[in-house]
Design a protein around this ligand. Structure first.
Ligand code: C2E
Ligand code: MG
Ligand code: MG
Ligand code: MG
Length: 283
């Protein structure tokens, strides 16, 4: 707005603009402190095979234990982390943590086949040198990259599409699994289903929610599942909040899912959820 006033005109902040600016500068500073003082924690949400109900893995969700505001979810700070690039430092820590968790499971021999899914910023794919750093990071921290699912949403491909796609292919050949997150929430091109190397397509919960009353969307789920058998991806539904929803998705052939009805995200204890974890290939 200030711009449209043009040259030589008075531009001033009113109180609300001033407050916004201060809030945003405060958030940025606090976020820097949060990285330094390790105020982040990870909550894990089970991902299940929908007919056997066995867990195939967990999705890791970032939380910030803010010194005065309490536990914050990503909607309250992720945009700032993205904007400033701090997300790269945060996600370095996330990957180190999950690799450690994978090691612990490996040692206890109970959860050897479990996947851990990590949400990543598209910056890893398009920022110079970042992809090489990411691969190196995973390389030094785990001996089993195939246990990691890296989730990106379509915003990662909005700009620099070709570069991002090239990055995905590199990651795939390195050995990690790839998921497209939040499918059905945005523009959601068909292109993602067959020209991108995703092992998993995750249906956004805003789409899952419509299945309660929208039969056509249920038909879409069936079709997406069938396409998956042709194109080589597997379908994961997010936001399963009721037994009725679970049933609908099972009937539509959706293979995997997660949601409050199955399990809420929670901190991982030493003895992770008593869920039996099953190899995805035998599920
Ligand atoms: P997402 O990847 O789509 O993760 C699923 C979100 O849905 C999580 O929100 C989860 O708590 C919530 N959820 C799970 N089951 C249900 C349900 O049955 N009902 C409802 N209403 N919600 C459910 P959360 O934890 O607030 O995270 C929001 C988003 O923040 C995530 O969406 C993900 O895109 C992003 N995010 C989380 N951690 C990271 C991270 O480490 N890096 C990046 N770049 N993004 C992250
Ligand atoms: Mg995500
Ligand atoms: Mg996700
Ligand atoms: Mg999602």
């Amino acid at each position: 707005q200030a711009k449209s006033l043009g040259r030589g005109r008075f531009v001033f902040f009113d109180d609300s603009m001033r407050e916004q600016l201060i809030a945003s500068m405060t958030l940025e500073q606090e976020l820097r402190q949060a990285i330094k003082n390790q105020q982040f924690e990870l909550h894990y949400q089970k991902i299940s095979h929908l007919t056997s109900t066995q867990a195939i893995g967990f999705e890791v969700l970032l939380r910030w234990q803010h010194p005065s505001k309490g536990l914050l979810t990503p909607s309250e700070f992720l945009f700032m982390a993205e904007e400033t690039g701090m997300i790269l430092d945060i996600e370095t820590w996330v990957i180190e943590e999950v690799c450690l968790q994978l090691k612990l499971w490996k040692q206890s021999q109970e959860y050897e086949n479990v996947y851990i899914a990590v949400n990543l910023s598209g910056r890893h794919l398009i920022q110079a040198n970042q992809l090489a750093k990411l691969i190196e990071l995973i390389n030094v921290n785990t001996i089993e990259p195939e246990r990691l699912i890296l989730e990106f949403n379509e915003s990662a491909f909005a700009q620099h599409t070709e570069l991002a796609l090239k990055g995905l292919r590199k990651l795939k050949s390195f050995g990690v699994k790839l998921a497209l997150d939040d499918y059905g929430a945005g523009l959601s091109s068909f292109n993602f289903l067959h020209n991108y190397p995703f092992e998993f397509i995750k249906l956004d919960r805003s789409f899952t929610r419509t299945l309660n009353h929208n039969e056509k969307n249920l038909t879409l789920v069936k079709a997406l599942h069938e396409l998956g058998t042709q194109f080589g991806y597997r379908l994961v539904a997010e936001g399963i909040e009721s037994a009725a929803m679970l049933k609908k998705l099972q009937n539509a052939g959706c293979e995997f899912g997660q949601g409050y009805h199955i399990s809420r995200p929670a901190k991982m204890t030493k003895d992770p959820s008593s869920a039996k974890v099953v190899n995805i290939n035998s599920a």
